[in-house]
Design a protein around this ligand. Structure first.
Ligand code: ZN
Length: 296
């Protein structure tokens, strides 16, 4: 008689625990510490960083801090005090496009990502640092800054195939801002799992002709460019050593960043880069194939 009763009690206890664990998981998970870097950009970082902070904070999954690098044209001494403690964060989000960071900061960032840190590259952050090879390996593809065939192939999709195009030419371009459809290529990846296969993004620059080392790169989503007639990378993941990188060329302005689709992939991409997993759900206001979903 004793044995079945004990078995029953432990079974109830086990189910109770499991059920509590599932219900409480997202809320109970320790927030991931995220650092956004800004301070220089040919875009209005003063209006876009707050949108990134709000989106990440409101997900409830992160605590968010910002490190603002010295403005352009400062003497070397101004940079000597700027040395973010990368290792204290689960992921670094770059909203920076400007002067090269000091050597010690570059090396610290390389060590941070290669030893397992998370990195998220947003829009013009992929214009940054054409001369810094390791950074280009992290982001995979970049534009402008004199990038050309020496920096690596153009990477895009054409006729359903991933193309690495080594033809000569400068990297980076876009047409006028417009609403465009993002096509999800990989629904099994934690970042894109559960997203509609096609969704309409709020008006943004559709970057084309990005090129770079393109190593260890996974293309999760593309958008068809009316300029190149190619499917251009919009959602990418990369590995750099033990580190995980999420890269999206979307996010030109605060308006583009207020797209519920952009914010969802930013949050899920950051969670994945930081932890290797995604617990954040697809929100009810996510855009559809027909309709954009701008947030306030
Ligand atoms: Zn832009």
């Amino acid at each position: 008689m004793k044995t079945p009763v004990h078995a029953l009690v432990s079974l109830v206890g086990m189910f109770g625990f499991v059920s509590l664990g599932f219900e409480g998981y997202a809320a109970e998970a320790k927030p991931l510490r995220v650092l956004i870097i800004d301070g220089q950009n040919n875009h209005n970082w003063k209006s876009t960083t707050p949108v990134l902070v709000d989106a990440l904070s409101q997900s409830g999954r992160f605590t968010v801090e910002v490190s603002t690098a010295p403005p352009k044209g400062q003497p070397k001494e101004a940079w000597s005090t700027w040395s973010p403690d990368f290792a204290g964060f689960a992921a670094i989000v770059s909203n920076y496009n400007g002067e090269l960071w000091p050597e010690p900061v570059q090396r610290a960032f390389e060590t941070y990502v290669s030893s397992g840190g998370g990195f998220v590259c947003v829009h013009a952050a992929n214009n940054s640092f054409p001369e810094w090879l390791e950074y280009n390996k992290m982001i995979g593809l970049g534009g402008w800054g004199g990038r050309n065939e020496k920096n690596g192939p153009f990477v895009y999709r054409k006729g359903g195939e991933l193309v690495r195009d080594t033809s000569p030419g400068s990297g980076g371009g876009h047409g006028p801002q417009h609403e465009f459809t993002v096509e999800v290529l990989d629904s099994e990846h934690p970042i894109t799992k559960g997203l509609p296969l096609k969704w309409k993004h709020t008006a943004d620059e559709l970057y084309h002709a990005l090129r770079g080392p393109g190593e260890n790169l996974k293309l999760l989503g593309v958008a068809h460019s009316p300029v190149t007639q190619r499917d251009e990378p919009m959602l990418l993941t990369l590995s750099y050593g033990k580190g995980r990188v999420f890269h999206t060329p979307m996010g030109h302005s605060d308006v583009s960043m207020k797209c519920a689709g952009f914010q969802t992939v930013l949050e899920r991409g950051t969670e994945w880069a930081a932890s290797g997993a995604v617990t954040l759900l697809v929100p009810a206001d996510f855009p559809t194939e027909e309709a954009v979903a701008p947030r306030k």
